[in-house]
Design a protein around this ligand. Structure first.
Ligand SMILES: [Zn+2]
Length: 316
């Protein structure tokens, strides 16, 4: 296995050197005879055109199956709450976020500036609950304690540069996922969230710099993020996937993002996201589902469920 991985990395390095800076085709799609070819065919048959999906081998960077590849691999969209595990990670690494912090998410109205997306309030939440529920109140607390310059530096280390400067209010919103300027391709955010599951191997799909690098992260911090994403499946925003899989446990993060397409914002619509790491406690593959037009994150969960059914051979 190790040899295959080393070969893959060497291939990537050579590929980059040969193709120079114009090497976006370095995205490694599966071979025609891959066992996942059938999965990809079923994705094409089952998922509508408004849904993009990628199934990624998180250790080798091979794209095992893709649906709507132009959207999934090459187009950037606001990522919404998918930023929250990275915001938490940055805060934990910098020491601004204490994993023992407890925050009370109060009931609120639409006009409340600091409201959570869940107007009834999540009550008392810790970091695990906050990731599981995607609680805005907790993450506003986390973002207020983290300097934006430190968050930016953390993201830059992953290869993501902030698109511009922001007002202090927008900086907080951006770290919570409420600002549509924070855009990524579905493959890109899947790659970033894979860091919590693949020993910190970061693939560089633009291939403008080195093809991959290792992101070091204390095991304790990695485990805290994983715990939140496991709780999302057990009782949080990802629990809708329980009836879509034979797995007893999965790592899930959902996201709802402000709708922005072709530079146009529309407050009546949202983008819906779901990221899943599969299978069970020792994931090997990452799945990202992006729904161009959704309502909340429900459509993301629905199509992630259909994708899991395909993987488990229950849609043919
Ligand atoms: Zn909340």
């Amino acid at each position: 296995m190790k040899q295959i991985f080393v070969f893959f990395i060497l291939f990537q390095i050579l590929n980059c050197e040969i193709q120079g800076s114009n090497c976006s085709p370095s995205i490694q799609e599966h071979a025609m005879d891959s066992p996942y070819s059938d999965v990809e065919k079923l994705l094409q048959k089952t998922l509508p055109d408004s849904v993009a999906a990628v199934i990624l081998d998180i250790y080798t960077g091979e794209i095992l199956a893709v649906h709507q590849s132009k959207t999934a691999l090459h187009r950037s969209f606001p990522i919404g709450s998918l930023i929250k595990p990275l915001t938490a990670c940055a805060g934990l690494i910098r020491g601004s976020l204490d994993p023992n912090d407890l925050i009370y998410c109060y009931r609120s109205g639409y006009s409340d500036f600091n409201r959570c997306w869940y107007l009834n309030g999540h009550g008392r939440v810790d970091l695990t609950d906050a990731i599981a529920y995607s609680c805005n109140s907790y993450f506003r607390h986390a973002a207020q304690k983290l300097r934006f310059s430190e968050f930016s530096r953390f993201m830059e280390n992953l290869g993501y540069s902030m698109p511009r400067t922001f007002t202090p209010e927008d900086e907080i919103d951006l770290m919570i996922g409420l600002n549509p300027s924070l855009k990524m391709t579905p493959l890109q955010i899947l790659t970033y969230l894979s860091l919590f599951y693949n020993d910190g191997v970061l693939f560089d799909w633009t291939c403008e710099g080195v093809p991959f690098k290792k992101i070091s992260m204390p095991d304790k911090i990695r485990d805290l993020i994983r715990r939140g994403m496991a709780a999302s499946f057990r009782y949080g925003s990802g629990s809708g996937l329980q009836n879509a899989t034979h797995q007893d446990s999965l790592f899930v993060k959902t996201g709802t993002a402000p709708y922005r397409l072709g530079g146009v914002e529309d407050h009546t619509k949202t983008h819906a996201w779901t990221v899943v790491f599969y299978p069970g406690d020792t994931p090997r593959i990452g799945i990202v589902i992006f729904v161009t037009q959704g309502v909340g994150s429900k459509q993301g969960i629905y199509w992630a469920g259909q994708t899991l059914r395909i993987l488990e051979g229950r849609i043919w």
